[in-house]
Design a protein around this ligand. Structure first.
Ligand SMILES: Cc1ncc(COP(=O)(O)O)c(C=O)c1O
Length: 489
């Protein structure tokens, strides 16, 4: 390598030929940091490209490219043939600022509603694939194969409709399939125009927080209830009113007593999260009556309703609603797999415009390629058979888990098999703290969630939530054996 000379040496320019970065990038980066540090003062004349190339032993075109980049980004000014200068209008070099006495760093500016979320928003917790994490699903070989086939077909066709902006409500084909499914399976009363494809329940809840009148007004939530709904409402500045849940579901009379003028109620009617009870017909009618009188909205989160194992399925609350007060929210992230990030809302006619506008402003539209795959999966009848097969598998997994828990931990836990959903609740018999078992279980490689953490005001019950949908039958007994060791500690 030719040794550096003169100007290049003065400003410590050095080219590393073994580096991955191209030569012109290295020259550009070194000149730029000399300018930013103040080593090269504003209005200093740079050597000619020919001269600098010779000093560095590189091609002239590399120096020209570096100068062009500096000119384009405003670090340098000049005209071809008339010399290149360090720009004279740059602010005081960072280095000079750095050397001065530092003023105290200003407090990080974030909304007060985002400061106190504690460990609920541990964004990695749901990635944990150890048994018995919540919200995980299985996909069998048949679905995996079909998914590959339909994805390949969609990508191969690469239709024009995928290249531009699409409908913010989602693809018409998918909305139609979802509409047909909900009418048949959940007794939802809807037209395709009312279906909005979302990225899942969370987005539907978020949209509702944006379009509710007076965002700071009162909202009913279930106590205990789903933390991500509560936290989304808190983050939006709503005043949450935790309403106790008993064996009949949310206690509507208590809600009316505590917050009669609430703007909305967020509920999990078919399978209350976390307790698993269904909202009785009497309570459903009471809730709808209150919403109609008050002009309040009911957001019905019908998560995991596809997985019903026994008992008489209750149709959706939305199907009973004559007054257009219910926003029905469903998710494909549970029916298929969470990585999909697709769900839907069935929105009353009077709300469609506002709902779609809020979706458009947050995120424009759902990505189309995955929607096309799901639409084909549904249209060709694979969705219905996937649900049938997984329902069978999850039922067996549930039963294996209940058997293992009763035989290993029957002295400590009371367990009833839930007739719907993807998790079960095991109540502590002897007043043991669910939080301490949650912690001990982690150390034994088992994920259980303490239900007491989902209570806001109601007296907390100590119980463990165990997800069974994500783990094959044969995993249950050995994982319960590890959980039993955590209890022994
Ligand atoms: C009560 C409840 N609703 C909805 C969901 C699904 O949320 P998403 O569709 O945003 O994945 C979950 C997932 O854990 C849940 O527990």
């Amino acid at each position: 390598m030719k040794s550096r000379q003169g100007w290049a040496e003065l400003y410590s320019l050095d080219i590393d030929r073994a580096a991955d970065a191209p030569v012109f990038r290295q020259i550009y980066a070194q000149l730029r940091s000399a300018i930013l540090s103040g080593a090269l003062r504003p209005a200093t004349k740079l050597p000619s490209t020919r001269e600098l190339a010779a000093q560095l032993g590189v091609s002239r075109s590399a120096v020209v490219a570096a100068f062009e980049q500096l000119l384009a980004e405003g670090y340098a000014s000049g005209k071809t043939g008339a010399g290149t200068y360090v720009a004279s209008d740059l602010p005081e070099p960072f280095a000079a600022l750095r050397d001065r006495k530092k003023p105290p760093a200003p407090a990080v500016a974030i909304a007060s509603t985002f400061r106190d979320f504690g460990d609920f928003v541990d964004v990695t917790a749901q990635n944990d694939d150890r048994p018995f994490n919540l919200g995980r699903t299985l996909v069998d070989a048949r679905t995996a194969e079909l998914w590959r086939k339909l994805s390949a077909r969609t990508l191969r066709s690469f239709a024009r409709s995928h290249l531009g902006y699409g409908d913010p409500r989602g693809m018409p084909e998918l909305r139609k399939s979802v509409c047909d499914y909900l009418r048949a399976a959940r007794g939802v009363r809807c037209e395709p125009e009312q279906i909005v494809i979302t990225s899942g329940t969370q987005q539907a809840v978020d949209i509702m927080t944006r379009i509710m009148p007076r965002p700071e007004s009162e909202v009913w939530i279930e106590d205990p209830g789903y933390a991500l709904t509560r936290l989304a409402l808190v983050a939006a500045g709503a005043k949450i009113c935790p309403i106790p849940v008993d064996q009949h579901g949310i206690n509507v009379a208590e809600g009316v007593r505590r917050a009669p003028k609430a703007r909305a109620a967020f509920i999990t009617s078919s399978h209350q999260f976390p307790k698993g009870v269904a909202l009785t017909m009497a309570r459903r009618l009471e809730l709808l009556g209150w919403a109609r009188e008050q002009g309040a909205w009911i957001v019905e989160d019908d998560y995991a309703s596809e997985f019903r194992y026994g008992g008489r399925p209750l149709a959706s609350l939305q199907g009973l609603d004559e007054a257009g007060r219910v926003i029905y929210v469903g998710t494909l992230n549970k029916a298929l797999f969470p990585g999909l990030r697709l769900g839907y809302a069935v929105v009353p006619h009077s709300l469609v415009r506002a709902f779609v506008t809020a979706r458009y402003l947050a995120d424009r539209q759902p990505a189309t390629l995955c929607q096309a795959v799901v639409a084909a999966f549904m249209e060709e009848g694979h969705f219905a058979s996937h649900i049938r097969r997984m329902r069978e598998a999850y039922r067996n997994q549930r039963d294996a888990l209940v058997t293992a828990l009763r035989s290993r931990l029957g002295d400590h836990l009371t367990v009833e098999p839930p007739d719907q959903g993807m998790h079960l609740v095991a109540y502590m018999r002897r007043g043991l703290s669910d939080v301490s078992i949650e912690r001990a279980a982690q150390e034994h490689g088992v994920v259980v969630r303490a239900m007491s953490r989902l209570y806001v005001e109601a007296p907390a019950q100590s119980a463990l939530m165990l997800g069974f949908s994500g783990y094959p039958q044969q995993v249950m007994a050995p994982a319960v054996a590890r959980l039993a060791r955590a209890f022994r500690r």
